[in-house]
Design a protein. Structure first.
Ligand SMILES: Cc1ncc(COP(=O)(O)O)c(C=O)c1O
Length: 388
C-alpha cells in the first residue's frame, strides 16, 4: 500500500473550467454534440504565418536548448512591439520569454516575493492566481469587485486593503478574466502611482491586450518602470498550445529571473519562439479573429437580455461574458452541469472565479467559431425557456 501523502501546498482547488471540459469531452465520446463555451481558447488556429515559420524551423532540423532569457531575435521583436503599440520603451534586456504567461507568473512571483508575502488579487478573478500563490507559500488577498467600479479594481480599494494590513504585491489584469472588464487609463495610472508610493510590487497581467472592443487597454509600463508586465502569445495571437509568453520586468529582477528560468524550465520551447517571430506580422489574420469575436460578443449582448440574463459585467475586452444567473439558480455548479447534460452547452460556474459570491454567476466564453457560438446562444435560450 502506498504511504505517500501529497503535500499541503499541492492541495490547490481544481480549475472548474477544465473539469467542465472533461465532462463535455466524456459526453462527446458518448456521441453527443457539445457547444464549448467553457474555455478561454481561441476557436481559430495559430496564424498561417506562424505555422509556416514553425514548419520551416522543423525542416531546418536542430531545435536545441535556447538561452534562458529567450532568443535574442524574439526579445527584440517583443521590445519593438512596445514601441509600436504603446509608444513606450521596453528594451530587450528587460524582456524574458517564458513557457506561457503561466510559466512567467511562477518566475515573477518567486523572483519578487518571499514566502508569506501578501498579494492583492480581484474576486472574481483568474482562479490560477490564488492556486499558484498558495502553492508558493504566498497569500492571496481578495479584493471584491462588482458593478460599482465596472468590475475593475481601484487604487482606493488597494489603499484600503493596505491600510488594514500591509500588502507586498498586487496582481491585476486588464482586460480581465472572467469579466472582460478593462481598468480605465486614469485608474491604472493611480494604481501604479499608489504601488510605487507604498512599495507594493505591481504585476500587470496584460494577456488579453489586443482583444478590446472599445478603447485599447494601456500598459502599466507607461506609468511606472517598476511594474512587472505579464503577456502571452496564447490569446490575441491564438497560440495557446505553443506555451509561449513573456515578462517585461525591472532591470534588477532580470538576473534572478534568468537564474530561476535556468533551473525551472531551462528555456521556453525553441520551435515556438522561432514561430512566434512571425506572429507580429500576422496582424491582418489576427484582426480578422478579433472581428469575429466582436460579432460573437454583439450577438450575446443582444440575445442574453431577451433570455432573462440582464445583468453582466461590461465586456470591454477578452472573450468572456460574466453573467448573473441569480434569477435561475443559487447553485451555479448545478446550473452549469444541467445546462451541459440537458442542452449540451458547456460553460463555467462563477464559483471558479469567486468562491464567496460565484454561486449566482456563470462565465460564457465567446472565443469559439461564430456558428458554434450562435448555436450555443440558441440552445441556452431554449433551455432557459423550458419545455414548450
Ligand atoms: C488572466 C489570465 N492570465 C493568464 C492565463 C494563462 O495563459 P497562458 O499560460 O496560456 O499564457 C490565462 C488563461 O486563461 C488568463 O485568463
Amino acid at each position: 500500500m502506498s504511504r505517500l501523502i501529497p503535500s499541503r501546498r499541492s492541495a490547490v482547488a481544481p480549475f472548474m473550467a477544465m473539469d467542465a471540459l472533461r465532462d463535455a469531452k466524456a459526453l462527446e465520446r458518448a456521441g453527443r454534440r457539445i457547444i464549448h463555451m467553457e474555455l478561454g481558447e481561441p476557436g481559430a488556429p495559430a496564424p498561417v504565418l506562424v505555422r509556416e515559420a514553425a514548419a520551416a524551423a522543423l525542416r531546418e532540423g536542430r531545435l536545441g536548448y535556447g538561452e534562458a532569457l529567450g532568443d535574442q531575435a524574439l526579445r527584440e521583436r517583443i521590445a519593438a512591439h512596445y514601441g509600436a503599440r504603446y509608444g513606450v520603451s521596453a528594451p530587450p534586456e528587460r524582456v524574458i520569454v517564458t513557457t506561457g504567461s503561466s510559466g512567467g507568473f511562477v518566475l515573477a512571483l518567486i523572483a519578487a516575493f518571499d514566502a508569506g508575502a501578501r498579494i492583492a488579487v480581484t474576486a472574481p478573478g483568474y482562479p490560477a492566481y490564488a492556486n499558484i500563490l498558495s502553492s508558493l507559500g504566498l497569500e492571496a488577498i481578495p479584493l471584491e469587485i462588482g458593478p460599482e467600479t465596472r468590475f475593475a479594481p481601484t487604487a482606493e480599494m488597494l489603499a484600503a486593503a493596505h491600510r488594514e494590513r500591509k500588502l507586498d504585491g498586487a496582481l491585476f489584469m486588464s482586460p480581465a478574466n472572467p469579466t472582460g472588464a478593462v481598468i480605465e487609463v486614469e485608474e491604472l495610472k493611480k494604481i501604479c502611482a499608489f504601488c510605487d508610493e507604498a512599495g507594493i510590487v505591481f504585476i500587470s497581467d496584460e494577456i488579453y491586450h489586443g482583444l478590446e472592443y472599445g478603447a485599447p487597454a494601456e500598459t502599466a509600463l507607461r506609468f511606472t518602470p517598476n511594474a512587472i508586465v505579464v503577456n502571452s502569445f496564447s490569446k490575441y495571437y491564438a497560440m495557446t498550445g505553443w506555451r509561449l509568453g513573456w515578462l517585461v520586468a525591472p532591470e534588477e529582477l532580470m538576473r534572478p529571473l534568468e537564474r530561476l528560468q535556468q533551473s525551472v524550465s531551462i528555456c521556453a520551447p525553441t520551435v515556438s519562439q522561432r514561430a512566434a517571430l512571425a506572429a507580429f506580422d500576422a496582424t491582418a489574420e489576427l484582426e480578422g479573429n478579433r472581428a469575429a469575436y466582436a460579432r460573437n460578443r454583439a450577438l450575446l449582448i443582444e440575445q442574453l437580455p431577451a433570455m432573462g440574463l440582464t445583468r453582466f459585467a461590461p465586456p470591454d475586452g477578452a472573450f468572456y461574458i460574466y453573467a448573473d444567473v441569480s434569477e435561475f439558480t443559487a447553485d451555479s455548479m448545478d446550473f452549469c452541469k444541467r445546462l451541459l447534460a440537458e442542452a449540451g452547452v458547456a460553460t463555467t460556474p462563477g464559483l471558479d472565479f469567486d468562491r464567496n459570491r460565484g454561486a449566482t454567476t456563470i462565465r460564457l466564453s465567446y472565443a469559439g467559431a461564430e456558428a458554434e457560438v450562435a448555436e450555443g446562444v440558441a440552445r441556452l435560450a431554449a433551455w432557459l425557456r423550458g419545455p414548450a
